[in-house]
Design a protein around this ligand. Sequence first.
Ligand code: AMP
Ligand code: ZN
Length: 483
Amino acid sequence: MPETQIKLHNTRTRKKEEFVPLDEKNVRMYVCGPTVYDRAHLGNARPVVVFDVLNRLLRHVYGEDAVTYVRNFTDVDDKINARAAESGRKIGDITEETIGWFLEDMAALGAREPDAMPRATEFIPQMVEMIEGLIAKGHAYEAEGHVLFAVGSYAAYGKLSGRSIDDMIAGARVEVAPYKRNPMDFVLWKPSTEGQPGWDSPWGYGRPGWHIECSAMAYELLGESFDIHGGGNDLMFPHHENEIAQSCCAHPEGEFAQVWMHNEMLQVEGKKMSKSLGNFFTVRDLLDHGIPGEVIRFVFLSTHYRKPMDWTAEKAKEAKDEVSSWARKLSGNEDLLQSTIDPHLCDSTVVEALADDLNTSLALTRIKQLARFIDNSPEYLSLSDEDQLRHEKIFASSAKLVGFDVIELARQELDRLDVADLEHFELSLAEERLIAIESKDFSKLDQLKQALNDAGVEVQMSKSDIKLTPRSDFDPSKLEALR
Ligand code: AMP
Ligand code: ZN
């Protein structure tokens, strides 16, 4: 038994439950990934960050090598076909480029890569095999080149989302097609015309429906029963409901996922993010506008994953101040920057908060407390160097558990300071002050102070001392002109 008992809210049972993996030596998690035809928007990043924290926590509790985390890429989809048609580009070029962007943007948010990132197009034979099995068992039927899953053949259909058939029909905006026996039946395979992506199959040249890919890839990579399945709550119905139906009917010997976890949606300034409202951002838009990945992560984790999360400029600013203060505080301690951080130094309150259904906002509150203690408090100053270092290591280790590499951030801060060479400006200020006192003209000194302030440097001058401290809005490039 591990030392920490994780509790997770399970959509399937609608309860927070003690998490007991099927196999402690191989905890298995599947998360639905993006459809790849465009840059990830800010909402797409929420499940990535949420399940990244869970991945880190599971490894902390069960061991670095005791977790298998799978997240797919949907690289066959009609939205991708449409993008190819309107741009005149090849489908493969679009999906390859988008996957590259996605990995780059998510890495900027500090998300570790999953152990496997299967692409749907690489698992077509497995999907065909699963569909054949479903037909053989009487759960699916062929009609006019399509293969449909017969929802009526699976009594538990709708259980995950707790919907009635009427709700489901309304929610899914089901396509009524003449070849469907029941309007709720969904597509496992559909015919492709020339120019559309397609593969030969027992039902002719065609391509899979969306849902079957996750069932086939989860079975192939994690087996018929595994521990956790995650995604945004917009996927609960119909996607996850359909995954369960396919997997449990194809492999009745298994139970598919034990725990289902769903993150709530992200909004922007209180409104649904949409292109027509002009509040639609990609992750890249924010990164390119000077909002670093760790700031985006901080804002995300301030809200519990089961609550709607509101992205606001105000929150981003507060997060930027907080995270920059961490980097600044640690950048002064060379010993710390040289050392490797033992992940098990992590503060127990942080671990317990995360183990309580990923209470990331409580974990962050505690991490902020640990940070505030550094440097500022008389207690801290009274500690020996060794004890100060130990405290800083506990802070760094705790921040790492939620995905902030504060040692790396501190190193970057040091590099920025090296480049900026603030000592040079301290000397200039001292010189200008002497000149001003002699000439009784303070205008040049004031100008220099103002320019430093505009570049994000706080200027403190006393009779005996001049101290320059970069603030979170510090921009070294603005100092270039002053040299
Ligand atoms: P998609 O590429 O649309 O299939 O979405 C990829 C992932 O992003 C899924 O897990 C969705 O649930 C999630 N997602 C999409 N929009 C949002 C949003 N506004 N907030 C949170 N998650 C979202
Ligand atoms: Zn899926």
